[in-house]
Each structure stands twice: as C-alpha cells, then as structure tokens.
Write a protein that binds this ligand. Structure first.
Ligand SMILES: [Zn+2]
Ligand SMILES: [Zn+2]
Length: 166
C-alpha cells in the first residue's frame, strides 16, 4: 500500500484548502487493470477543500499505460487521465485517495484500443499484420462468421409417427 496518496487534513481545517500534487509507482495498483499494464509513475493532482465539515477532493490522476491494439495486437503505450472526486469527514484522520485512484484507473480502462482508427488488423488466414504487409488474402475470407437470419423452418420438428406394437 502506498503512502503517497494519503493526505493529512489539518491544513484543510485551518486554511480551508490543500493543493495536492503527488506521484507513486504503478506497482501500487497491481489489480487496477484487467488487461494491459500501467507504465511509470501515477500522478495525482487536485485540491482538497473544506466543505460543510467534510473534505472534498477534486482533481485527476494521470499516467501512461500499455495495451495491445485490439485488432493487430501491436503493443501501444498511451497517456491516460481520469477525473477523481472524493469526500471524507474532515475530522476522520488523513484522507486516503489510493483506492479512489485505483477505481478511477479501472473505470478509465478502454474496452477497445486501436493503434490507428483505420487499423487493418491481422489477416484471418495467415495472421499477417495487414498494416505492415499485404499478404494477398482477400479480406474477411476466413471469417467463418455465419450470419444470422436462418429460417425457423430449418429446425422443423420431426413428426415421424412411432409404430405401435399391438
Ligand atoms: Zn492495430
Ligand atoms: Zn494472409
């Protein structure tokens, strides 16, 4: 557990605000991403304000992460940032934003990462990266995707009469 994102609230109580600027290692958030990996430090910036007897943080976490392109599987390193808002009782001891940062990273994780909007992906036949080389296979030839819309008659129940023994 990292201590970098834990902030004492004494100054917030006295001055009504505390500017926050901190950074910690990506290893502090080993389980924030279900795919890909965080790279380098995770920075947290913002301000903690005293609001009605509570400490209210508004700011953002940012850093870099590595993913594979969803289509062509090329590794990509990208910058990310995630907004964070959190409240804590001002008399409840230091404000720990570590978990807020972890959650914001998880929420910011993209469902789909593309190296380029028009990434051509891998050839379905020979797995060649189509962005780098034209292998000559027609696009989508080995897709194997059977499109829907099969007629319901193809699943007609068999009504063969059963011979009765008598
Ligand atoms: Zn790609
Ligand atoms: Zn091919």
């Amino acid at each position: 557990m990292s201590a970098e994102f834990i902030f004492p609230l004494t100054e917030v109580k006295e001055n009504g605000r505390l500017s926050v600027s901190a950074a910690t290692e990506a290893s502090a958030f080993p389980d924030a991403l279900s795919e890909g990996a965080l790279e380098g430090p995770v920075a947290l910036e913002g301000v903690i304000l005293a609001v009605d007897g509570e400490a209210a943080f508004t700011g953002a976490a940012r850093g870099r992460w590595k993913f594979e392109c969803t289509r062509c599987l090329e590794p990509l390193e990208l910058a990310w940032s995630a907004p964070i808002e959190a409240m804590a009782p001002i008399d409840g001891g230091p404000m720990d934003l570590t978990d807020e940062v972890r959650q914001s990273i998880a929420l910011a994780q993209p469902m789909k990462v593309l190296c380029a909007p028009d990434c051509k992906g891998l050839c379905a036949v020979c797995r060649t990266n189509r962005n780098k080389k034209n292998c000559g296979h027609p696009e989508g030839s080995a897709d194997g995707g059977v499109s829907g819309g099969g007629s319901p008659r193809s699943r007609r129940p068999r009504l063969t009469p059963r011979p009765q023994k008598g």
